[in-house]
Design a protein around this ligand. Structure first.
Ligand code: ZN
Length: 469
């Protein structure tokens, strides 16, 4: 089945599910709004980043080439505020928390993207964009800053479907974040203020507003029109509305084809946020030694457009589910290892059906909850045959292939780098025993298995030594 053409996404722009057709056949260009690196990111932020990871992994599993950019906001009001509090340069705050962000991504097994552009390294691109907007008459100056006149962009509000009735001419806002009730002209370039970082540029001395960087950097790395733009749902207004206003006014062409937004993670019933003080950071989870696979599983257990509630019970349930998956895979591996057996009743149809349901669920607007259900449905179907020792080897192989596809999305099974030394030792011993009993086929098989996981065995005079390749 060609799953590529079966993908559907809920597009915030239209409000309904649409078939995904990329601009260029076979490849997808995505822009994802990234972190503002002023503090540790909380698990609510990482619900969104994990959704982005699942989107990327699904597109790849379905056979697409992915070109993906995520911005690092390394200059903004909050970074400057925290730097002033600590009495350090804004860049040292930004560097510290960018490093923490990348570590958190690695911990949660988020695949690295093609580009992570930093705002401060694209000041020229941003200035060029403002110059174009000035030339086309979309801006005005006030109090030394440059503002975007939203009444000039006729389609302003098309993504958030905002009511423009109350819009007052000349009313403006210079903070980067504001509410829908504050529908006003927004700042593109902030004029220099004493003690704040600034750049000397052709449009004056100052620093960029937050919305500007995403318009400038997305077009640099992905082109003026690209396929998918993602973000947490609180970015729909004003941030994404402002990105559209900047990019479409400057480029006079469609900015983005599909807008995908991820819902919040709640602590019990409240949205997790710094201002409410109910923060759980990924940095904390990692230091507590929590299994990242269980966190991933938990984040995947609910569809990305639905609210998800964090609780310790939910994490415990996810841990149990991950252990069950690992145990199941282990038994399947043992059946394959045990050698050829083709006498039981064939279960090929059932395995194929579960696999099809898994792909169909992902194709249906990344329904990870249903996709996980398909895996557990297969486990229920297969388990009786495992218990009665009747599972055919060919079926076990088909199950294993499906589990590997599943793991390309879920990333819950360990890979080479995560194997414990004791586990490696155990396999090395098994191989030694196989050699002693002259079972060279088994010994070679274990060696190959280890090699596939990036572990090399050296036969020395003092016995077998292993090392990571
Ligand atoms: Zn953005």
């Amino acid at each position: 089945m060609d799953w590529k053409s079966k993908l559907e996404f809920t597009n915030t722009m239209s409000g309904d599910k649409q078939q995904f057709v990329p601009l260029e056949s076979g490849s997808v260009r995505i822009y994802s709004c990234g972190p503002t690196v002023y503090d540790y990111a909380h698990i609510g932020n990482f619900r969104n980043f994990t959704f982005v990871d699942v989107l990327r992994r699904t597109l790849k599993l379905f056979g697409y080439k992915v070109i993906h950019a995520m911005n690092i906001t390394d200059i903004d009001d909050k970074i400057i505020r925290n730097a002033q509090k600590e009495g350090v340069a804004f860049s040292s705050i930004a560097q510290r928390y960018e490093k923490a962000f990348i570590e958190d991504c690695r911990y949660l097994k988020l695949e690295p993207m093609e580009f992570y552009p930093r705002a401060t390294e694209h000041i020229n691109e941003m200035v060029d964009l403002v110059k174009t907007l000035i030339e086309k008459g979309y801006t005005y100056e006030a109090d030394g800053s440059i503002y975007y006149r939203i009444s000039r962009f006729k389609e302003y509000g098309k993504l958030s479907r905002i009511d423009k009735e109350g819009l007052k001419a000349g009313a403006r806002v210079d903070s980067d974040e504001y509410e829908k009730g504050d529908l006003r002209d927004f700042v593109l370039w902030k004029g220099y203020r004493d003690g704040e970082p600034s750049w000397e540029t052709a449009i004056g001395k100052g620093r960029p507003g937050w919305h500007l960087e995403c318009s400038a950097m997305s077009s640099k790395y992905l082109g003026k029109t690209f396929d998918i733009h993602t973000g947490a749902e609180d970015l729909i207004f004003p941030h994404h509305e402002n990105e559209i206003a900047q990019s479409e006014a400057a480029n006079e062409q469609l900015f983005v084809k599909y807008w995908l937004h991820c819902a919040f993670l709640n602590m019990k019933t409240e949205k997790m946020s710094k201002s409410k003080g109910n923060i759980l950071t990924v940095h904390d989870l990692s230091r507590q030694g929590q299994d990242p696979s269980a966190i991933r599983y938990f984040l995947l257990s609910v569809h990305y457009r639905k609210p998800l509630a964090y609780s310790e019970e939910a994490i415990e349930a996810s841990k149990a589910a991950v252990l069950r998956l690992r145990g199941f895979r282990q038994r399947i591996a043992e059946i394959i290892d045990a050698g050829q057996r083709e006498d039981g009743a064939g279960l090929g149809d059932k395995i194929a059906k579960s696999r099809e349901e898994f792909f169909r669920a992902l194709a249906d607007d990344l329904n990870t909850a249903r996709a996980l259900g398909a895996i557990f449905e297969m486990i229920r179907e297969i388990n009786p045959s495992i218990e009665s020792q009747e599972l055919r080897t060919s079926d076990a192989r088909a199950v294993m292939e499906f589990l590997l596809e599943f793991n390309q999305i879920a990333a819950v099974f360990e890979d080479a780098a995560e194997m414990l030394p004791e586990e490696i030792e155990e396999l090395v011993n098994q191989r030694q025993n196989a050699r002693s009993s002259r079972d060279f086929a088994l010994a070679d098989k274990i060696r190959d298995e280890l090699r596939a996981k990036g572990i090399v065995l050296d036969d020395t005079r003092d016995g077998v030594r292993w090392r990571k390749a």
